[in-house]
Design a protein around this ligand. Structure first.
Ligand code: KIV
Ligand code: ZN
Length: 416
């Protein structure tokens, strides 16, 4: 009988690394409500903040630690005694506390930021992990800027952390510099040279400066990482962190490549994304994978044809599977028209009565064909309509992208 699939632990750092990005700061109440949603989503660890950073961060970590009873709650600290003690204090009431201590290991950081020698940093690692283990059973150690560190030295530091009792060794690509093949080899090296057959989890934490964060994370899973650090909507320092929803759906849709389990309920992805957007006050880009408002817009395009024949033609996952709510418009005659106008207004489109009239016709035709109408369908209807109405020169028209073409096809076919 086949055994249970291995589990990939999801470590969410939306409230810490995510919150550090410009415009994303959250107050205590916002952190607590986002943490409750992440718990519903089924993440394994919530990193709630950096307790030494400010009294507000301390209070937020403490509040999340008190509220969240099923997930582990982590607090970040550097290696200084006062940092570690402050994190331990903030986590005192957590059901499952985790102290997450870190220090940089690349020569560039040692020389220009820490002004420490390699042996001093090794010693700092030893003392921080030892102290943290006095406060918590679960200690995670991160080697900041691991991907630009000398590999032999990186392995020495990680081995030191492990020998002192860290049970999670995190390999951050702090500046989003690595590439999937290279990162995979680094994870394998740490696995072979440091961890061996010990019960220690290799974790990865990827930034997105070159747009590689999710690809690098997936490559690391393939190479043996069993915890991934990520954020909702991919928020985080500079270009952000690996996006939780993209990792989750890549693993689910390509379970043939990633035969692992997570605790995630993917139907909570979209609600989590929406809650975060409302808290930080900005939406994700429209074409953002999984949670962008156009992510399923193909539903209204040529996909109509696919829906009628075989959904697999264009659909690798359904909007329902990530929790995108079906539009609750009740279609009647005049009330339907009014409801449609209202929904467009909510989506940020203000339509003149004549535009509503023409869109309404396409909408009812589409509604006849589809069981559910999504916001993405409404947006695609508008796109198709405006493209159809434009009198374009032939050479420009030829360049109209496939999405618009297919959407136009759908309107034409439902209207026929
Ligand atoms: O990017 C990074 O290196 C970090 C560590 C503190 C884990 O955020
Ligand atoms: Zn980071």
């Amino acid at each position: 009988m086949p055994g249970l699939p291995e589990r990939i632990a999801i470590f969410d750092t939306t409230l810490r690394d995510g919150e550090q990005s410009p415009g994303c700061s959250m107050n205590l109440q916002e952190k607590v409500s986002m943490a409750a949603q992440l718990e519903r989503l089924g993440v394994d660890v919530i990193e709630a903040g950096f307790p030494i950073a400010s009294d507000g961060d301390f209070a937020a970590v403490q509040a999340v630690a008190r509220e969240c009873r099923t997930v582990a709650v982590a607090g970040l600290c550097r290696t200084a005694e006062v940092d570690v003690a402050r994190a331990a204090e903030a986590l005192r009431d957590a059901a499952h506390p985790r102290i997450h201590t870190f220090v940089a290991t690349s020569d560039i950081h040692l020389e220009h930021k820490l002004r420490k020698s390699r042996s001093e940093v090794l010693q700092m690692t030893r003392e921080a992990v030892r102290l943290a283990r006095n406060f918590a059973d679960e200690v995670e150690f991160s080697a900041e800027d691991a991907t630009r560190s000398d590999v032999d030295y990186l392995c020495d530091v990680l081995a030191m952390a492990m020998d002192e009792g860290a049970s999670i060794l995190n390999i951050p690509d702090t500046v989003g510099y690595t590439m999937p093949g290279e990162f995979s080899r680094l994870v394998q090296t740490v696995r072979q040279r440091v961890v061996g057959d010990r019960a220690v989890t290799i974790s990865v934490h990827c930034h997105n400066d070159l747009g590689m964060a999710v690809a690098n994370t997936l490559a690391a899973i393939d190479a043996g990482a069993r915890q991934v650090e990520c954020t909702m909507n991919g928020i985080g320092e500079r270009a952000g962190n690996a996006s939780l929803e993209e990792i989750a759906m890549a693993m689910q849709v390509r379970a043939d490549q990633f035969p692992f389990a997570t605790g995630l309920n993917t139907r909570e992805l979209y609600p989590s994304s929406q809650l975060l957007s409302s808290i930080v006050g900005f939406d994700v880009q429209p074409n953002k994978a999984i949670v962008g408002r156009n992510a399923f817009a193909h539903e209204a395009g040529i996909h109509q044809h696919g829906v009628l024949n075989n959904p697999l033609c264009y659909e690798i996952m359904t909007p329902e599977s990530v929790g995108v709510p079906a539009n609750s418009l009740v279609l009647g005659k005049h009330s339907g028209r009014h409801a449609l106008a209202m929904r467009y207004a909510e989506l940020g489109y203000s339509l003149a009565p004549t535009e509503i009239d023409s869109t309404y016709t396409s909408f009812t035709e589409l509604a006849d064909r589809k069981k559910r109408i999504y916001d993405q369908d409404l947006i695609a209807l508008l796109t198709a309509r405006s493209k159809t109405n434009e009198a374009l020169p032939i050479d420009v028209a030829a360049e109209i992208d496939v999405a618009a073409e297919t959407a136009r096809w759908a309107i034409g076919s439902v209207g026929a």
